[in-house]
Design a protein around this ligand. Sequence first.
Ligand SMILES: Cc1cc2nc3c(=O)[nH]c(=O)nc-3n(C[C@H](O)[C@H](O)[C@H](O)COP(=O)(O)OP(=O)(O)OC[C@H]3O[C@@H](n4cnc5c(N)ncnc54)[C@H](O)[C@@H]3O)c2cc1C
Length: 378
Amino acid sequence: MPNANVKKVLIVGGGIGGLSTAIALGKIGIETEIIELKQKWEVYGVGIFQPPNSLRALDEIGVADKCMELGYNFDGMAYCDSQGNQFAEPQAPKIDGYPGLNVISRRTLHDILFEEAKSVGTKFRMGTTVAAIYQEEDQAQVKLTEGSMVTADLVIGSDGQNSKVRDLMFGPIEQEYVGQAVWRYTLPRMENIKNSILYYGPNAKAGLVPMSEDEMYLLLTTSEPGNPRMPEDQLDQLLRDRLADFGGQVAEAREQIVDPNEVVYRPIFSFILPSPWYKGRVLLIGDASHCTAPHLGQGASLAIEDAVVLSELIQQGLSVPQLLSAFIDRRYERCCMLVENCHQLVKWEFLEWEGKLPEDANFAKFSYETLAKMNEAI
Ligand SMILES: Cc1cc2nc3c(=O)[nH]c(=O)nc-3n(C[C@H](O)[C@H](O)[C@H](O)COP(=O)(O)OP(=O)(O)OC[C@H]3O[C@@H](n4cnc5c(N)ncnc54)[C@H](O)[C@@H]3O)c2cc1C
């Protein structure tokens, strides 16, 4: 046992952060149990970016190779205008031994993480959540909605953006809707889509992103003032309408958007919970405490890093208060920097769409500088 103070950990939420935590802790001999609100796993099918720092963290928990094998990796991104004329193709900042970017289907990633979590002995309870958390001096007692009680040395709230654990511990918080939404749609990979290509349109940004030998996905970031509720049965038409200004391969891909059920539409929120992200024996990780605009493909990367750092600190044999305090010291500034820089990219996109982008605002340079900072040791 690496730490006599932490023998059993209850993880609320079995998304990317929760599963990664279960793997990281299970591998060092800690008993873990995940409680997941959904009755059965439902993971939507588009892809997810895994920059080098994400792969490095996935390596720590033993699954990076599998992600690269089942995903699609490459070194640079291409930047084009709305008609597909390329104006930049910088090499992404790298970490030795990893590609500039790996992209993988979210479902495939979930399967990899779930199988690994099972293999290290994680227990799962589906279709339930936390009703109350009682903090005692040397343990936490967690009452589940179905009535049972679970005792744990540490409770991890990895239940995402609208975290119930966060509500119970800290009360409601304000989440900033940034005014944008992202539309995504999975398509067969076009033969010449071999790296991620971003297309800057007059009032939207599109992308074509390979995520396996056979599949790619289209993404579109749009301004959606007021966070409107989109009619689900018209999502395909609404996405096609918003792609009308794009030419080249985006226009070709647009013709294949025919099923409203396959459109994944997400409004974008951004917030950082003020430090500290813990109370007593309860720690929030992932989107529950730091939710970023997805402009650098880093939200899940941060959640996986959280899992790795937590495991490292537990192995130092610290007491629970010491390790939670050390966790915040390691994570807070890094997560704030990332969330703020992604928000800066959002603001620049709005300025660009209004024709008011300052001359010194350089998307590719700022993005790559931020990604290079994320490649620094965690
Ligand atoms: C449009 C878009 C694109 C993105 N692209 C990328 C990308 O390319 N790369 C990247 O790294 N990140 C990306 N992200 C961010 C990434 O998806 C999130 O940061 C990541 O999923 C956070 O992981 P998490 O485990 O904290 O939360 P989640 O993945 O949201 O998982 C939360 C889990 O908790 C469960 N849950 C919820 N409530 C409860 C409850 N009360 N009790 C029990 N269980 C509960 C949920 O069902 C879910 O299983 C993107 C986000 C968006 C919106």
